[in-house]
Design a protein around this ligand. Sequence first.
Ligand code: B12
Ligand code: SF4
Ligand code: SF4
Length: 384
Amino acid sequence: MTKRIPAVCVQPIDKDGVKDWICAKAAEFGFSDCGFLSVHHPLFAKQTKALKAWLDQGLNGTLDFMHDNHDKRANPALLVDGAKTIITVRMDYLHDLPKPRSVMDNTRPNHAIIARYARGRDYHKTVRQQLKKLAKAIENELPQWQHLSIGADKPFVFRPFSDSAPIFERPIADAAGLGWTGKHTLLINRQAGSFFNLGELFISLDLVDDDETHAVKAHCGSCQACMDICPTRAIIAPYTLDAAACISYLTIEHKGSIDIKYRKAIGNRIFGCDDCQLICPWNRYAKLSTVSDYAPRHGLDDIELTEVWAWSEDDFLAKTEGSPLRRTGYLHLLRNTAIALGNCQATGIALDRIIHALKSRLGMDRMLDEHINWAISELSGQDG
Ligand code: B12
Ligand code: SF4
Ligand code: SF4
């Protein structure tokens, strides 16, 4: 009698299986979550209207690029010819878990505070690099997906983005189910808080219906801790940020002089601000990053203001290579550090040394001089 060999029943993969496969692969490349949205989703037209209203109120400060490319924002298919689906991903960036519901950063006023996302390698590079790997992995799999009517038989088109194009990244992630939009305007995930970057991979595979949405329930409730803690009161209403008043904008994006009315509130933050996230109760669930690129470089998570102030331009270039800090430039980092030194706490010899160090840079640039003189006058009031 011949022995019967049981047939191995391999279920052919379906569309949902493809999405599960992609998300599992994304996890291998360091992404903690992943979702899908059609490039034709109705949110793009709606969000473009909301953006125009925001711009009409002048809440963008000097972020002039927000006025550009509204056609592409409203119709992301214009960004990548042939793209059908946006894969939206999150990458957690924390290296240390902050104390829940508290802003401890200000307890060391002589230390420079650099926003947590910016202490290691520039996320724009990391996220896009990992998305490209994901795209290549998908491309390799296409022969297995030919039986599905998702376009796997056509030439594969893809393009990765992370804060690198006129794309509504947070609303895309929100609609695809990666979390909800908090009153501070950032995306929050119930299991992981908000300390993550977002990225998108546009692909030509047709994986979702045009109006398909997986939005999750919002969980801010009656809380408004982020609005109350904001040092400059930049969250002017729930879900509305006056970017021009946000310390992140002032210290990273804004060129030239920083309005005196914000200088005390900036405290010792020399690049970005995390306060509205630090206080958010959902960040008690924040996750540590699994991606080594975010690990702090050059001690940027624990550095004295006087050390940054002493950097030469060559030091700046060496210590910020491949880092988001490059964006602000040497002069503006000095400007921010001058403000922070004006807000630091020192007496006696330490104070004399700081004032001496501040004076030593006078004459380098007129805008910087004005901040140095402000800092000296603030400090001079401290020792009496
Ligand atoms: C411009 C910009 C900024 C500006 C303005 C921020 C802002 N909130 O608009 C500045 C320089 C201030 C900034 C700061 C920061 N940013 Co930023 N920024 C962006 C950028 C490039 C565009 C955001 C945008 O479109 N703003 C325009 C406004 C109009 O959009 P909006 O917030 O969606 O506002 C609408 C909603 O509020 C909506 N609305 C009104 N009412 C209601 C009600 C409800 C219920 C809902 C849901 C919505 C809603 O209408 C508004 C008008 O359109 C994105 C990247 C990208 N391409 O998307 C990153 C991005 C949003 N930033 C990011 C980060 C990390 C930060 C900082 C935390 C950095 C830091 N530590 O210093 C801070 C946080 C400040 C804050 N509280 O938002 C991440 C956010 C990740 C996350 N978890 O959500 C992004 C996605 C970049 C990335 N790829 O990782 N940023
Ligand atoms: S990042 Fe800082 S300044 Fe900007 S909204 Fe949040 S708490 Fe306010
Ligand atoms: S602090 Fe409160 S209101 Fe603000 S985003 Fe977090 S839960 Fe929402």
